[in-house]
Design a protein. Structure first.
Length: 275
């Protein structure tokens, strides 16, 4: 008796009454699951992050600023994040250009900080300020620039007196780190935490101690303004120790790159805004 297949309205069946299994049926659930997972990741990356508690990430950036600036001052004699001091050094250098090379490094830092501000602000404006992938990409770029600077210090030629030398092994790392430093400030603007730029403390001190509710039990603004300089001091202490240890400024830069990576990971899993 020959076997035959028939249709039961849901697919082909054989003579025994069992549905014939096509090879593509076995693959369909797996492929569908992968497509759904990719769609979920794409949707997550395109979402805007929620602003609530995002100030914690911006406050963590103060540790990075203290780390980088204390190490750069100890090694090169100029800042890479806070440009107020560099502006004073630059002015002093113009008045007495042959006394020190610090003003050249300070001018380099100021110039590339300004260029970085143009770049990061345009990047956030063009692609959407609070979009998850934009924030991740911004801090990934910052991390990459620090890694390049740290690699130069680790594997490049060593200067006998980096504070007075103005070779490429000094100026290029200064330029790279200064360029990325403003990325943190731009993100603070994107998230509407305008006071937490991580590159200015003078205005924070003023706002902190002029606050009429300075001693209030619950005061979120006061808490942020108090935490910012404390965290920067923590970073400066760590950066100073590293700069004067055997790892030198390169060690401080590698640690800063690790912290930036932590920020990238944090943005990947940060809650999204809900409409």
């Amino acid at each position: 008796m020959s076997s035959h297949t028939a249709s039961n309205g849901y697919g082909a069946v054989n003579a025994s009454g069992r549905r014939a299994i096509a090879p593509e049926d076995e693959e369909q659930p797996l492929l569908g699951g992968n497509a759904s997972q990719k769609s979920g990741w794409r949707k997550s990356l395109m979402a805007d992050v929620h602003r609530d508690w995002a100030d914690l990430i911006l406050l963590a950036c103060y540790v990075v600023t203290g780390l980088l600036d204390s190490a750069s001052i100890s090694t090169w004699g100029s800042f890479v994040s806070m440009q107020t001091g560099n502006t004073v050094y630059f002015g002093l250098g113009i008045s007495a250009p042959y006394e020190s090379t610090r003003w050249i490094k300070s001018g380099t830092s100021i110039g590339f900080f300004c260029i970085g501000s143009v770049f990061f602000s345009a990047f956030h404006r063009y692609f959407s300020p609070k979009r998850r992938w934009v924030l991740c990409a911004s801090f990934a770029i910052q991390m990459a620039l620090i890694i390049v600077a740290a690699s130069i210090l680790t594997f490049g030629p060593q200067s006998e007196d980096p504070k007075e030398s103005i070779g490429w092994t000094e100026l290029v790392p200064i330029a790279l780190v200064a360029f990325q430093s403003c990325g943190q400030a731009v993100v603070s603007r994107a998230l509407k935490y305008n006071a937490l730029t991580s590159v200015v403390l003078t205005s924070i001190y003023c706002d902190l101690f002029s606050d009429a509710d300075l001693l209030a039990l619950h005061n979120a603004e006061r808490n942020r303004r108090l935490a910012a300089p404390l965290l920067l001091i923590v970073g400066a202490i760590v950066g100073g120790f590293l700069a004067h240890s055997w790892v030198g400024c390169a060690g401080a830069l590698w640690l800063a790159a690790v912290l930036k990576l932590g920020v990238v990971i944090a943005w990947c899993f940060w809650p999204a805004e809900t409409n």
